[in-house]
Design a protein around this ligand. Structure first.
Ligand code: ZN
Length: 94
């Protein structure tokens, strides 16, 4: 079996920043397959597929797929139970 090379999840920052107004690099995700919880930066990202495929570093289950076309993007998070996004503290409303 041939081992495919991958990049670390930090490389997802730019492509995801195009979709979301917050920085997702410190976001936490839980793998649906094995339950491992960790930062997106820890995922193994395979850029050789059509788009980006990010796999769990523990069990290699696909947790995130991102495909970019010239005028749209598809984000598939089926392999993640949740995505926890850090936000600034909620400010009291006047
Ligand atoms: Zn896993």
């Amino acid at each position: 079996m041939t081992e495919m090379s991958y990049l670390d999840g930090n490389m997802l920052d730019g492509p995801l920043r195009e979709l979301f107004a917050v920085d997702l690099s410190p976001a936490i995700a839980r793998c649906e397959s094995c339950g491992m919880t960790g930062p997106l930066a820890g995922l193994h990202v395979y850029p050789h597929a059509p788009g980006l495929v990010a796999r769990c570093p523990a069990c290699t289950q696909v947790m995130l797929r991102l495909v970019r076309a010239p005028d749209r993007a598809w984000l598939d998070l089926r392999g993640a139970t949740f995505l926890q996004v850090p936000l600034p503290p909620d400010q009291p409303r006047p």
